[in-house]
Design a protein around this ligand. Structure first.
Ligand code: C5P
Length: 220
């Protein structure tokens, strides 16, 4: 199975408060984007396309292997993945879309996603259970009802798709649509999305506190 990995790395990382794009921030001496690329490869992906901020292409090229393809990202994650998808090899059977912001994702998660695709899934995402009580709130902050946590999952990346499924779903998506992940893109096209076990180590680095925790984990 020919698997292409897409890394969404074109975010600015304003919430992290760094003076470089978030994906270039070092974690245990390695930029977040490099961790993400290395994880995909270690898990069985053969080709990688990375969406980067257009102004920082050279800085990304300097920290990534020569055979990684770089494309200019867009104003939203959805636009960045769309750009990377159009640069991915048409020979690929499956596409895995991963966030640069999840540097410590173990390669085993990549392996579980690939195995599900190999077994015939058209779309599959790694998920984790929710341990807290979950509720819905209204615009006034008041609780409007309970959400049974048994039915709720936290969704991580890499998310895997048959290439044809993802290309068709992006083809149907309005140009300026903005969704928070790719499972939502294929779901909006009527595709059923399966799940495999995620991993707490695949947590997203969003704010400075997350980076401190990731440093501790990376050095453990
Ligand atoms: O902002 P957030 O943490 O949700 O971003 C998730 C991932 O999407 C990050 O790895 C970020 O670099 C990427 N992204 C992107 N293009 C954008 C915005 C975010 O590739 N315009």
């Amino acid at each position: 199975m020919h698997a292409v990995g897409i890394v969404a790395a074109a975010g600015s990382g304003l919430r992290l408060g760094a003076d470089v794009p978030k994906a270039l921030v070092p974690l245990a001496g390695r930029p977040l984007v490099r961790w993400a690329v290395d994880t995909l490869r270690a898990g069985g992906v053969t080709e990688v396309v990375v969406a980067v901020p257009a102004a920082d292409r050279a800085a990304f090229a300097a920290v990534l292997p020569d055979d990684v393809v770089l494309v200019d990202g867009g104003a939203t994650r959805t636009a960045s993945v769309r750009a990377a998808l159009s640069a991915a090899s048409a020979a690929a059977d499956v596409v895995l879309v991963h966030d640069a912001a999840r540097p410590l994702t173990p390669p085993e998660v990549v392996g579980r996603v690939l195995a599900a695709l190999e077994a015939g899934a058209r779309a599959v995402v790694p998920v984790l259970p929710v341990v807290d009580t979950t509720v819905a709130v209204g615009p006034d902050g008041m609780i409007t009802g309970a959400l049974p946590r048994e039915q709720i999952r936290r969704v991580q990346t890499p998310q895997g798709f048959s290439r044809a499924t993802l290309v068709q779903a992006y083809g149907r998506l309005p140009t300026h649509a903005e969704l928070t992940d790719d499972a939502a893109v294929v779901h909006s096209a009527g595709v059923k999305v399966g799940t495999v076990a995620g991993d707490e180590r695949a947590a997203k680095v969003t704010v400075a506190h997350d980076l401190v925790l990731a440093e501790l984990q990376a050095r453990a």
